[in-house]
Design a protein around this ligand. Structure first.
Ligand code: ADQ
Length: 435
């Protein structure tokens, strides 16, 4: 979160986050770390509470539900309780660290109840929330047993930010139907006697910085022997990895002239390994890449190279730059920064082509990518073929349009736009009147 760190360093402020390690006897205070640019305050949780809050409610209920995978929701009353307990506990710690004229920017689905709990403690700051992952439609949202509580907690923020217009319209519909929210002409909603501002704020990257990282690193590396397709994703079921491999298999099957002429590099570091659904995706991917290599590979050619770990950023930037095709095929994704990194990393004199899922938030902003349906392997196969055959002039045209958009919509613009709107919201006390 380079942009947030920059914004904090610029304006002064405190970064509050969960401690990387849990303790049997957690501190009842924020554990402060003083730094020259901005201070950090960490909150600690005992291991069972952390498990139920983070692996449980956050990542076995909210993550699958908000990504439309209601079949993967694992409902346990103790998960929901831990989630609310953590919100209450964190609110007490935050309340002791802020003044009324501070603004608080809360990030992501793990922290939805925070504004509600802070306001219950009498905190009068302006509080904004940004959801990094999708907001699904009303019917999907209702699969979360606590959906009404969550909708109410969301309505306690002063400003709600989403990645896309798609997510924003889902939130508006949820508020309309569950809390009788009324949309005003200025885009705010009137809910239970107070005004909630909402907007779409597509997140981005440090575009020029990433381009520079890729360009300077690539000078020291020789290009791969074959045109390379690249995929870079946390190993998560929302990222459409099996579907991507099925698309690549369909491509090799229907275009035998490309066998031994391309390779696919898939980098997928482990994440949330303790959740069952993540163990399943790991073994599925290993077996699919083994299947493709067994079916098409030769003594001299391995069709799929699969790396199951994180790589340093510079190395990643260079790998993107030296790849002919970027494959970003999530089934559902808030934004997907890999799509933006791939474009930023390209050499504009000989750019690679981005193949992008219609269900990634990034697709709203990147129409010059080859947009595909990740559920259709033949669509992916066709896009791979189109990308590999695309003449230089068309690659340059598409890349320059994508790059120009990213350059003018970088991550600093994202954080500045959100904070500007949050600081302009009128401050309203918990009783609904301006203090
Ligand atoms: P993520 O689901 O983590 O983020 P994404 O936006 O693609 O998804 O970001 C992943 C980041 O991790 C990228 O910066 C990528 O470079 C890095 N990464 C992935 N694999 C890596 C590897 N092997 N080694 C090193 N780095 C690796 C959530 C939402 C997204 C949203 C972001 C930001 O799910 O939709 O775009 O937050 O809001």
């Amino acid at each position: 979160m380079v942009a947030l760190k920059e914004a904090l360093a610029r304006n002064g402020g405190l970064w509050i986050g969960c401690a990387p390690e849990q303790r049997e006897a957690p501190s009842n205070e924020l554990v402060m770390h003083q730094r020259p640019d901005f201070d950090i305050g960490l909150f600690e949780l005992e291991p069972p509470l952390y498990r139920d809050f983070y692996l449980g409610y956050s990542n076995s209920v909210l993550w699958p539900a908000l990504h439309g995978r209601v079949d993967l929701i694992d409902v346990k009353p103790r998960y929901a309780k831990a989630y609310r307990d953590v919100g209450r506990r964190l609110a007490r710690l935050v309340a002791g660290a802020v003044n009324d004229d501070d603004v608080i920017w809360v990030h992501d689905y793990q922290m939805i109840p925070l504004a509600h709990e802070l306001k219950a403690l009498g905190v009068k700051c302006r509080i904004g929330f940004f959801l990094h992952i999708p907001m699904p439609d009303l019917q999907t949202f209702k699969a979360i047993p606590e959906w009404q509580d969550l909708a109410r907690c969301l309505s306690d923020y002063d400003l709600l930010g989403f990645q896309t217009r798609r997510d924003l319209s889902h939130m508006i519909n949820i508020f309309r139907n569950t809390l009788r929210g009324e949309l005003r002409a200025n885009g705010t909603m009137g809910i239970s006697g107070r005004e909630v501002a909402l907007g779409s704020f597509p997140i981005s990257i440090d575009v020029a910085g990433f381009r520079e990282l890729a360009a300077s690193g690539a000078d020291k590396v020789s290009p791969p022997p074959l045109p390379r397709l690249i995929g870079v994703d946390r190993l998560d079921y929302s990222k459409g990895l099996p579907q991507r491999l099925a698309g690549y298999e369909a491509f090799l099957e229907t275009h035998p002239q490309y066998r031994s002429r391309v390779s696919l590099l898939q980098i997928a570091p482990p994440t949330r390994d303790d959740v069952d659904a993540y163990k399943a995706i790991r073994s599925e991917l290993e077996s699919l890449s083994g299947h493709i290599n067994g079916r098409f590979g030769t003594v001299d050619w391995t069709p799929v190279q699969y790396i199951h770990r994180a790589l340093p950023r510079t190395e990643l930037a260079v790998l993107y730059r030296l790849s002919r095709v970027g494959l970003v095929t999530p089934l559902f994704d808030g934004m997907n920064l890999v799509a933006k990194e791939f474009v930023a990393a390209q050499d504009e004199r000989d750019p690679g082509v981005l193949v992008l899922s219609q269900f990634a938030g990034a697709a709203e902003e990147m129409p010059e990518a080859l947009i595909i349906n990740p559920h259709d392997p033949h669509d992916i196969a066709q896009a791979i073929k189109t990308a590999l055959d695309m003449p230089l002039s068309e690659r340059m045209k598409r890349h320059s349009a994508l790059y120009a958009h990213l350059e003018s919509h970088n991550v600093t613009r994202w954080s500045t736009a959100f904070l500007k709107q949050l600081t302009s919201v009128e401050r309203i006390g918990p009783d609904g009147v301006a203090p």
